[in-house]
Ligand binder design. Structure first.
Ligand code: ZN
Length: 70
């Protein structure tokens, strides 16, 4: 499976959808090819993190074991 050249939806730049990435997508059952280049993907990730506010206290809140209702 050769590398593919795709066009980024956001910046219009061409980027490589590499053989390895294609495998990765396949393994995960993703049929759609990536729409954006790495840079734009990173950018979007950043934005999501920023606007999400503090993502705190998402780890074990000790809500298991002791005292089940009823
Ligand atoms: Zn882009």
């Amino acid at each position: 499976m050769p590398d593919k050249t795709l066009k980024c939806k956001d910046c219009g730049k061409e980027f490589i959808f590499s053989e390895g990435e294609q495998e990765f997508y396949k393994e995960r059952g993703l049929e759609n090819e990536p729409q954006r280049c790495n840079e734009c993907r990173q950018e979007r990730k950043k934005q999501r993190n920023n606007s999400g506010g503090g993502n705190r206290g998402n780890f074990s809140q000790g809500n298991r074991g002791s005292g089940r209702g009823f």
